[in-house]
Design a protein around this ligand. Structure first.
Ligand SMILES: Nc1ncnc2c1ncn2[C@@H]1O[C@H](COP(=O)(O)OP(=O)(O)O)[C@@H](O)[C@H]1O
Ligand SMILES: [Mg+2]
Length: 159
């Protein structure tokens, strides 16, 4: 199941692209976030824009680690693909091969969480959605989840 919002404007040509594959360990979360930010910095983004991207990546990577691989901790991997698109747009794909999400529409609702320990706020997808321009979530139970985010950077940067 997937839901897409305003993705048509992001069909620009791919100008540059990196792929990172990393073990789904919580120690790697900050590295993933920093690596994406470092790559995007070639566009000279504004301070707020880079903070938004870091936050959104952080939520997606944390989800892959704590939810995707909850049944198989410390064995999974996460694949991150970052593309610079023409028109100062960035596409970030975060993919796990974990347990998958049975109902993506429900999972995307604010405050929805399956965390029984009370440590999670259920706001991860809401944060990803509000800090980017478009969010697509595709998932298959037993196969994994792919989160794709698009963000258009301002022309002037430094905003
Ligand atoms: N990569 C994933 N794999 C499996 N389930 C996920 C994944 N990402 C999110 N989910 C499910 O969606 C729910 C909502 O995610 P989120 O909005 O980030 O809230 P939280 O992480 O605080 O629970 C999670 O509780 C979990 O059940
Ligand atoms: Mg979360």
């Amino acid at each position: 199941m997937s839901r897409t919002r305003r993705t048509t404007q992001f069909s620009g040509e791919i100008l540059n692209k990196i792929q990172i594959k990393l073990p789904a360990l919580s120690v790697n979360e900050s590295m993933a976030r920093a690596a994406v930010a470092a790559f995007v910095s070639q566009l000279d983004p504004g301070v707020t824009e880079i903070a938004d991207i870091k936050c959104a990546v952080s939520e997606a990577v944390t989800n892959a680690i704590v939810h995707g691989y909850r049944d198989t901790p410390e064995t999974g991997s996460i694949a991150i693909t970052v593309s610079i698109l023409s028109g100062r747009a960035v596409k970030i794909e975060i993919k796990d091969k974990g347990c998958g999400i049975p109902d993506v529409g429900q999972a995307r609702q604010p405050l929805y969480t399956t965390d029984a320990a009370g440590e999670r706020s259920g706001m991860g997808f809401t944060v990803m959605e509000s800090f980017t321009d478009a969010l697509k979530v595709t998932s298959k139970v037993g196969k994994g989840t792919t989160v794709t985010m698009w963000k258009k950077l301002s022309e002037r940067g430094r905003i």
